[in-house]
Design a protein around this ligand. Sequence first.
Ligand code: AHG
Ligand code: MN
Ligand code: MN
Length: 334
Amino acid sequence: MRRKTLTQYLIEQQREFNNIPAELRLLIEVVARACKSISHAVSKGALGGVLGSAGSENVQGEVQKKLDVISNEILLEANEWGGHLAAMASEEMEDVFHIPNRYPKGEYLMMFDPLDGSSNIDVNVSIGTIFSVLRCPDNVTEATEQDFLQPGTQQVAAGYAVYGPQTVLVLTTGHGVHCFTLDREMGSWVLTQENMRIPEDTKEFAINASNSRHWYPPVQRYVGEMLDGKDGVRGKDFNMRWIASMVADVHRILNRGGVFMYPADKREPDKPGKLRLMYEANPMAMIVEQAGGAATNGKQRILDVQPTKLHERVAVFLGSKNEVERVTRYHADA
Ligand code: AHG
Ligand code: MN
Ligand code: MN
């Protein structure tokens, strides 16, 4: 069977449905190329001198790993000169990155989590990259943070790469979710799964259970009922998985269902959760919804949340529809 490459797929989509304009196609191809470089750096590990801490902190006060910084630079360098972007923003940069004046500017804004799952880098567990694409508002010549603060419903594309046993790129432009596998010999991304669908029901959940004593009652109730298994109100046994790389947990859920949770908790009552809305939760929520799943912050659809700042945090419940609806209902009941 002759397989389709990412380039072929994007051109065909444009021809058949007129839904991927040339500038967006360029953007996606450039991001895919950057992910290829990151995958290459990741796979070198100790041999490439890429492991360990960079000796700096990001705006969230987290210690940056060398690969956090390397991946951020790869994405910036790949994307700054092509003329497809008006500006970029990243987990690893406090402020908006402006396209240098020597390059033309384009009509899109991009945000990314260059390296997701940083705690897994040095122990050789799957990690990834997440990105979200918005349109730059009309007549904006120098995009500011304000221009990025659009709800997730406005995303024109979202995707993630997983650097795991295989390197894959999962992509949506609002017409289903498709998975491409990196063919290292050929250097190309090959379409390997079309129209991924998340089963509506599941017997698998993902949460960092070490925080259970800090959870609020709706999460206590929901997880408690799953832990009660066959003997409890749910009447069935559940299995648990927690990789601590959102990309890898979400990828499992896209493939076989499940529910992923990173709730707000009592440790820091002022914080609405750990994960970042703009470059973690929103792109993943778009992908999950496009695959037939659901994503809420416990109260409302994540994609409807109006962001108020670039590095805003949000509680996340996403995955199999019936489970996300249930845990959201428990929040409403409380
Ligand atoms: P990042 O490495 O980009 O900071 O993101 C890590 C996130 C997410 O990928 C993962 O699900 C979660 O943090 C893990 O958190 P815990 O260490 O609290 O389990
Ligand atoms: Mn992350
Ligand atoms: Mn990160």
